[in-house]
Design a protein around this ligand. Sequence first.
Ligand code: AMP
Length: 199
Amino acid sequence: MEILIVGPQGSGKTTQAKLLAKKFNFQFISTGDLVREFATQDSQEAQSVKQALEQGELVNDRIVAELIRKKLARNDSQRGFVMEGFPRSVDQLKYISPNFDKVFYLEVSDEEVVKRLLDRKRADDQPEVIRQRLRLYHTFTEPVLKFYEKLGKLIRINASQLSGMTDEQSIQEIANEIDKQMESLVNNKGVNLGASAKR
Ligand code: AMP
């Protein structure tokens, strides 16, 4: 099974993708993690990736595709994978086009994104860089959502912090929403949930 979790920066896509991977014993693939790791290497290409990260620009499509290919080749799960961070644009699908069974779109407003990221304090979470990443998201990633919507694969999940809830409760609420959708998919595909699936 191949699942995509998509949403703006700060929507909680990494957290949800990890939870889902753990629950179903899927491989977890985060292109953000892959490029950040690659950027620490000592090569000219790594330097260019580091620069893109610092400026909130997209990393070269070919490099991202190569990192994903390598990660897929090291696949440690027979059951499939949960991906987050790719595709960032419809163009990227020319390099690798996974056959996603479902695409979960975590919806959060720009306002909330900025607020959350300023709390997160990651190196690339500077106000100017956040705004640049949001611009790219609206221009290039939103068409990806439309693409999967047309294929009937997109499921919208409200990922805003719900009033009166702690972060933990919100995360759990969103995870429950995703679980509900996964259940019907799992039943159709006959995937067997292991003991770790019982949360
Ligand atoms: P993320 O962890 O998903 O927020 O990604 C952090 C940064 O990694 C982005 O701002 C991009 O610079 C880079 N990145 C992650 N995924 C991709 C991708 N699919 N294509 C190009 N750049 C990416």
